[in-house]
Write a protein that binds this ligand. Structure first.
Ligand SMILES: Nc1nc2c(ncn2[C@@H]2O[C@H](COP(=O)(O)OP(=O)(O)OP(=O)(O)O)[C@@H](O)[C@H]2O)c(=O)[nH]1
Ligand SMILES: [Mg+2]
Length: 284
């Protein structure tokens, strides 16, 4: 399938590094002469480190919603996202103005209820998919989830619940890796962790009673191929390139960048003088 545009949907718990991820990727792309536009879909965002190309706050302001509708922060957030869906022309006009073959990062709010309990984000991404977007979810998880196996499994389950609800290709990225020393688990993840190793290490930590549950959870996680993670360290260009490369791959972005075959064919014909002969035939 040929896509018109490409988007990474940046999601994950509050404070997991979503907005910083956008800044890291935007800078990385800039240094590699690639353009990545960033859209803010978090109506409660305050300061941006990245260059924001479109901001939901131009459409709706969460404080106004809280005051006028007498809602708390979570209710107001849901209201804002539903308002965006009802006024989807806000996004449409912007995309149409930009034209095709554009790569976007969409910085989303951190309230996981939006992805796990409500279907509003799915409705928005389904709309984009119908309009020719290739989309990947980038699920950001703080690297502290790598500090022990039990936390790691709970992070997995969190990511998995979102993946199932969003029905999008999904990558889980361990963020803030500049902040931790490389734990054993960290190294295992970089080298490709085995389910068997996880079970072996988790069970003694949690007592016999839990071992059956651990096995079920770990196998469940593996069946969804979630034991694969990317680590992101903002001081390590290689890790940034690797994350972007994986996202590009999932989006099938590279295919759209390959020169079209008819351009090659024409150039070949030009070299052989065939196009010139055709043109002379047409002139006669
Ligand atoms: N050292 C370091 N700090 C980071 C990194 N990513 C994020 N932070 C810090 O973590 C905090 C939260 O980062 P954000 O990027 O705002 O996280 P977020 O997921 O967008 O947060 P919300 O939008 O509030 O859900 C900030 O203080 C960042 O400076 C990182 O890769 N390395
Ligand atoms: Mg943010």
């Amino acid at each position: 399938m040929e896509y018109l545009n490409y988007a990474q949907l940046i999601i994950g718990p509050a404070g997991s590094g979503k907005s910083t991820y956008c800044k890291i990727m935007q800078d990385h792309a800039y240094h590699n002469k690639r353009i990545i536009k960033v859209i803010n879909l978090d109506p409660a965002a305050e300061i941006f480190k990245y260059k924001c190309d479109l901001d939901i706050r131009e459409l709706i302001n969460i404080n106004d919603v809280m005051n006028k509708q007498k809602l708390g922060p979570n209710g107001a957030l849901l209201y804002c996202m539903e308002y965006l869906y009802d006024h989807i022309e806000f996004l449409d006009d912007y995309f149409n103005n930009n034209g095709d073959n554009i790569y976007y990062l969409i910085d989303c709010p951190g309230q996981l209820e939006l992805y796990s309990h409500s279907d509003i984000m799915k409705k928005i991404t389904n709309y984009l998919k119908k309009n020719g977007f290739s989309i990947v979810s980038i699920f950001c998880l703080d690297c502290t989830f790598l500090q022990e196996q039990s936390k790691f499994i709970s992070g997995n389950v969190l990511s998995l619940a979102t993946m199932i609800q969003m029905e999008l290709p999904h990558l889980t990225i361990m963020t803030k890796c500049d902040l931790i020393s490389k734990t054993k688990l960290y190294n295992q993840i970089e080298d490709g962790i085995e389910t068997g190793d996880l079970i072996k290490e988790l069970s003694p930590m949690m007592g016999k009673k839990m071992s059956k549950l651990n096995n079920v959870l770990i196998n469940f996680v593996e069946n969804y191929s979630l034991v694969q993670f990317n680590t992101l360290n903002l001081n390590d260009e290689e890790s940034i390139s690797a994350v972007l490369y994986n996202a590009d791959n999932v989006l099938q972005y590279f295919e759209s960048q390959e020169p079209r075959e008819d351009i090659f064919d024409n150039a070949e014909k030009d070299l052989m003088g065939i196009n010139e002969e055709d043109r002379m035939d047409e002139d006669n």
